[in-house]
Design a protein around this ligand. Structure first.
Ligand code: TYC
Length: 114
């Protein structure tokens, strides 16, 4: 059987017009990885961690750290759910390994935050 394409409309041999179903794909929900402030983790440790785990410049990492320090928390990056959860887990493990109480979490990114 041959099919002829005429724009979005296809015709098979019987002359019946058919139409391609639109793809049922949706953009993945995004998650922001946030760091929480605490009174004990050294600023330098936080800046270096943001540089290493979130690939930020020293300048940008310092700005993010200072925002967390003054506002209580701050977004370090936005990813799909699996990557965000993995990154948060890696950061928490790294902080624990270095005996700092720094906490990192992944949360659904919403338009009204940030
Ligand atoms: N508040 C910490 C201090 O004064 C620094 C700090 C910044 C800690 C950001 C955690 O996520 C954090 N040493």
């Amino acid at each position: 059987m041959t099919n002829q394409n005429d724009g979005d409309n296809w015709q098979d041999d019987s002359g019946m017009a058919t139409q391609e179903a639109p793809p049922k794909l949706q953009k993945p929900r995004m998650y922001q990885v946030v760091l929480l402030n605490d009174d004990y983790t050294p600023m330098e440790f936080v800046v270096e961690l943001i540089e290493q785990f979130f690939f930020k410049s020293r300048e940008n990492a310092t700005q993010i750290m200072l925002k967390i320090h003054s506002e209580g928390k701050g977004v370090c990056g936005v990813y799909t759910e699996d990557i965000a959860e993995t990154k948060a887990a890696l950061v928490n493990q790294y902080s624990q390994d270095n005996q700092h109480p720094l906490l990192c979490q992944a949360e659904p990114a919403s338009s009204d935050e940030e």
